[in-house]
Design a protein around this ligand. Sequence first.
Ligand SMILES: C[S@@+](CC[C@H](N)C(=O)[O-])C[C@H]1O[C@@H](n2cnc3c(N)ncnc32)[C@H](O)[C@@H]1O
Length: 617
Amino acid sequence: MAREPVQRKSPDLTAEQVERLRALFPEAFSEGRVDWDALRATLGDAVDDRPERYSFSWAGKRDAIRLLQTPSAATLAPCPEESLDFDSTQNVFIEGDNLEVLKLLYKAYFGRVKMIYIDPPYNTGNDFVYPDNYADPLDTYLRLTGQADAAGNLLTSNPETSGRYHSAWLSMMYPRLFLARQLLREDGVIFVSIDDSEVHNLRMLMNEIFGEENFVAAIVWQAKDTPGNASSEVALTHNYVVCYKRSDAFKVRLLARTESQLANYKNPDNDPRGPWLGTPLTRGEYRPRDYYALLNPAGEEVLPPPGNSWRRPKATIERYQREGRLWWGRDGTSRFPFVKTFLSEMKEGVVPITWWDYRFAGSTRRARAEMKALFEGGRGFDTPKPTLLIRRMLELASTPDEGDLIIDFFAGSSTTAHAVLAQNREDGGNRRFIMVQLPEPTGRTDYPTIADIGKERIRRVVARMKAEDEGKLPLSTRDTPEDLGCRVFKLAPSNYRPWPGVAGAAPDAYAEQMALFTDPLVDGWQPEGVIWEVALKEGYGLDSRVERLPGLAANTVYRVSDPARGQSFTICLDARLDVAALRALHLGKDDLFVCRDAALDDAQAANLALQCRLKVI
Ligand SMILES: C[S@@+](CC[C@H](N)C(=O)[O-])C[C@H]1O[C@@H](n2cnc3c(N)ncnc32)[C@H](O)[C@@H]1O
């Protein structure tokens, strides 16, 4: 096809899922559609068709699935003026509703994210739960955020009296978690902060989306570091962090031993195997089989104390004795032997536990103090998480120096970005982040939206880090320079004119007709916006580079390259093309070239399509 159109919308998820099904079960397809009976026959006894079965549902689930399946027609517009090092950074902050944004990220980031952390509204009755509208999600977003008309600012909470209290929250979470899973790498993992209001529903929902077998842990985080004696019943001092992996390819990273853990290993007898930790050989329980005499180095017979026995079988203890692994005190006469566990023979690190104490994971009080330290006066965002909490997740789930991508799509004040920058600084890592945050109004004049607070926090953290560096030599241990930048994008209406749609007309035939007399781009489009929209919808990452190519007199031509995915395309948005001059670009058969449909006549289009992959707008 000479004139293949560029993608105008985010991918059609249903079509993609159907394609995956077709790849697995070609026999279950008939004339391009799923043959239900054939699929059922293929799957045999694995199909559960009992009238009563275990399932999880709520009012509005069907609409939530429909919403998920509706492709996004929006785009992400770059905002270099709000960014830091726009041209070189790989970190991204996106202002917008996260569902539309996740749909737009789907193509470029499918299976590429190492770790997702989200801290969604807990549904306490006071926090606001985004009122999705599958009929027109973008319009809803623009009205809610006051960008479509003066009314704006219709953000309200989801009160317990609403009648659909839990359902509304589940419907909001379902499509977002579904897309989150699609973005994760096979060895990726997601952490979700939540409290008692919805933890039970969240786990049911995540079991459905991620699979029960991929549940990793429901971590209990000690959010409050003070007792809270004002409570009339039992004072709530914890939150949960629910964790699921994408697949068994995820392996938790062991934690480095802390100074105090290391201090437990000593070497009072100068054992050449190095420092060791002693564990008593006695068990506080009498077992006749393990009750017998041992000889200590002084040659005395030693029995376990009354009511006790030895904690290992005789053969193992004899081996310990041969290998010098028993400790009988400095003079060898003790009656309470210890078994030595050598640090040199231990696993590299410590397996994490589900209890996260505020002393290593921070507390909400500490989180507010962190905000205060960055923003004079402090207040502005009331529910930040401590950076230490997220840094613990980064330690468990990300590798410092493999460019791991970390996403938080309920970013709030951008604590996750702060944690990534701080962790990279500490371990010389090169993790990258993508934050997504709604421009939820704050009622303040200095930072009118929460997105403004999130962006400003990143700027301030970076400024503080740069100030710390002043006068110091650059770190020599890094392979790649520290990335202290951040590209800002904003969710915006597409640059492509929507097809008005005419009852009865086949969309393709109608599109062909419309193309004859309508410019497909909206009034007032700007090249930068269109280039990024093409890039995104063709599956290019937001860290792609856009450069203007020199040496073409008649036309302005850009090259967009995405080094991480090893792909690039060339684009010209001029009204006419000097096709002969384009030869200087040496486009090959596999090279994608994008231009406006109206810029080429049929002969030129056919000619160009022979040289390269041609797509038109
Ligand atoms: C609990 S806060 C997250 C706080 C964050 N972890 C921090 O440390 O600052 C939840 C955030 O999600 C945002 N939010 C809610 N619905 C959203 C949506 N549909 N898209 C993007 N952000 C949303 C809210 O504006 C709020 O700032």
